[in-house]
Design a protein around this ligand. Structure first.
Ligand SMILES: Cc1ncc(COP(=O)(O)O)c(C=O)c1O
Length: 437
C-alpha cells in the first residue's frame, strides 16, 4: 500500500517537472543568447538580490551564453565560460591582431591571481595547457629509473594515469594500482599498505573523475612525507569545485585545468611544484622564457628561478587573459559561495534520485566525500544507452563513465545550473528507471 503511494507521488513529481520543462522550452523562461548579451551586468554588485547579501543565481546564469534549451551537466569535462571570459579572450585576440605585439607579459598577472586563489606563491605556479600536460611534466621530471614504483588508484583519469603507465612501458617503472572504489575514505590506509622501499611517488586525484569522490589528499600528502615519497595530486576536478589551499595542503606537485570548474577558456592549466624540486631540477622542455642565462657562443643555458621555467616558447595570450578574467569572476562571487551553491544543487539531485530501487548511486553519500558531481546507473540498463536517451535532442549534456567498466552516468552541477533544470533531470531519470519496473 505504502509502496503504491510512493510510486504515485513519484509519478506526479515526474509529470509536474516534465511539464515545467516543456513550458520552459516554449516560453523561453531560460535565458537566451540574445538576453545574456544584453544583460552584461558588472560584477560584483549586480549579482546580489535586493537584500545585498544573497547571490541572485538567475543573474549569474544570465552571465553565461548557453542556449535556452541546453542543460549542461558536464562542467567536470569542459565548462562553458561566462561572457566576461569570452569577451576578454576575444578582445585580446583583436588587440594582438591590431597592434601585432608579443604578449607574454599577460601571463604574470594571471599567475598572481592564481596564486591568490590557491594560496600558493606565484613563483611555484607554472601555466600549462591542461592537467594532463602538468601530470606528464611531473612524471618525466622525477628522474624515475627502471624498478622504481609509483602508486595510483583505480579511479584515476587517463590523463592522471597514462603518464605513469607510459613510463612503465618505456623504462620499466612499476605502477601499483589500488582499488578504492566504495572505500574512498580509507584511501590512506590502502595506499600505506602498498608502499614498498622502491616507492618513489603516490599520484591520486583530489576529486575522482569517476564518482566525484573527494579523497583525503591532506592525509595522503602527510603519508607521503612520512615515507619520503613524492606526493602528486591531480586536481583537475578540484580547483573551482571545492576551495583548494595549497599552502595548507603542501603537496609536492599539484596539477589542474582552467576549463572545468574555473569556467576558463579551453586549453588552460596550472602546475604547482614544490620549491626545492623546482630550483634543483632543469625543465623538461626549454626555450624562450625558461632561461635566465642563454649564451649560444659559450654554449650556456641556465633557468629562471621559478616555476615559469616549466613554460616554454609562445603561450596563447588570449586564453591566458581569459583565464585571468575567469579567476576574477569566481573570486567576485566568492569561492565558498560558488562551491556551496554547486553542492546544494548536487545534493538536490542526489536526494531526488536516491532510494529508487532501480537506481544505484556510486558517489559516496557522506557530506565530506562529495561535492558537485553525482554518478549513478540504472540497473539492467547500459549507461551509454541511458545517456543517449537523456541527451536526446541535444537538450542535456551528460557524461557516460566508461572508466574502470563503471557503466555509469556522471552529472555535474555548476553555477549556471538552475533548480528547475535539476528537477527536470531527476524527473527524466526517474521515468527511465520506472520503465524498468
Ligand atoms: C581527474 C582528472 N584528471 C585529468 C583530467 C584531464 O584533464 P585535461 O583534459 O584538462 O588535461 C580530467 C578530465 O576530466 C580529470 O577528471
Amino acid at each position: 500500500m505504502k509502496k503504491n503511494h510512493q510510486k504515485e507521488n513519484r509519478r506526479s513529481f515526474i509529470k509536474d517537472k516534465l511539464w515545467k520543462g516543456i513550458l520552459f522550452a516554449i516560453t523561453g523562461s531560460l535565458p537566451t543568447i540574445a538576453r545574456a548579451t544584453a544583460d552584461q551586468e558588472h560584477l560584483p554588485t549586480a549579482i546580489y538580490t535586493a537584500d545585498g547579501e544573497t547571490i541572485d543565481w538567475d543573474k549569474v546564469k544570465r552571465m553565461f551564453t548557453l542556449a535556452a534549451k541546453r542543460h549542461h551537466f558536464n562542467t567536470a569535462s569542459i565548462s562553458p565560460s561566462p561572457k566576461v571570459v569570452q569577451d576578454k579572450t576575444i578582445e585580446t585576440i583583436h588587440y594582438l591582431n591590431r597592434f601585432g605585439s608579443e604578449e607574454h607579459k599577460r601571463v604574470e598577472p594571471v599567475r598572481l591571481k592564481l596564486g591568490q586563489l590557491l594560496n600558493a606563491p606565484p613563483t611555484q605556479l607554472a601555466i600549462t595547457r591542461n592537467t594532463t600536460e602538468g601530470m606528464n611534466i611531473i612524471a618525466r621530471s622525477l628522474g624515475l629509473q627502471k624498478g622504481d614504483e609509483v602508486i595510483i588508484t583505480n579511479q584515476e583519469h587517463v590523463g592522471g594515469a597514462a603518464p605513469w603507465l607510459t613510463l612503465q612501458n618505456e623504462i620499466g617503472i612499476g605502477v601499483t594500482v589500488i582499488d578504492i572504489a566504495e572505500n574512498e575514505e580509507n584511501t590512506c590506509s590502502l595506499l600505506e599498505r602498498a608502499i614498498t622501499p622502491r616507492t618513489k611517488a603516490i599520484s591520486v586525484s583530489h576529486i575522482t573523475c569517476t564518482t566525484g569522490a573527494v579523497l583525503p589528499v591532506k592525509d595522503v600528502i602527510v603519508l607521503c612525507k612520512k615515507h619520503g615519497v613524492q606526493s602528486v595530486i591531480d586536481g583537475a576536478q578540484a580547483v573551482g569545485q571545492i576551495p583548494v589551499d595549497l599552502g595548507y595542503l603542501n603537496p609536492d606537485f599539484y596539477a589542474a585545468s582552467g576549463h572545468k570548474w574555473l569556467y576558463g577558456p579551453n586549453g588552460t592549466g596550472i602546475l604547482y611544484l614544490n620549491k626545492d624540486f623546482l630550483m634543483n631540477t632543469g625543465p623538461l622542455f626549454s626555450g624562450a622564457y625558461t632561461d635566465r642565462i642563454f649564451d649560444i657562443n659559450a654554449g650556456l643555458i641556465d633557468y629562471v628561478q621559478s616555476a615559469s621555467r616549466y613554460e616554454y616558447g609562445t603561450l596563447n595570450a588570449p586564453i591566458m587573459a581569459g583565464l585571468g578574467a575567469a579567476v576574477d569572476f569566481i573570486q567576485n562571487i566568492g569561492t565558498v559561495r560558488v562551491t556551496d551553491r554547486c553542492k546544494q544543487l548536487s545534493t538536490r539531485f542526489y536526494m531526488g534520485i536516491k532510494g529508487h530501487k532501480n537506481i544505484t548511486i556510486l558517489t559516496p553519500e557522506k557530506e565530506k566525500l562529495r561535492a558537485a558531481i553525482v554518478t549513478f546507473r540504472i540497473s539492467d540498463k547500459q549507461s551509454a544507452e541511458v545517456c543517449r536517451l537523456l541527451v536526446k535532442g541535444g537538450v542535456t549534456v551528460l557524461r557516460h563513465v566508461h572508466e574502470n567498466n563503471l557503466n555509469a552516468i556522471r552529472a555535474s552541477f555548476a553555477i549556471f545550473t538552475s533548480e528547475e533544470e535539476v528537477d527536470e533531470l531527476i524527473a527524466r531519470i526517474l521515468l527511465l528507471a520506472e520503465a524498468n519496473e
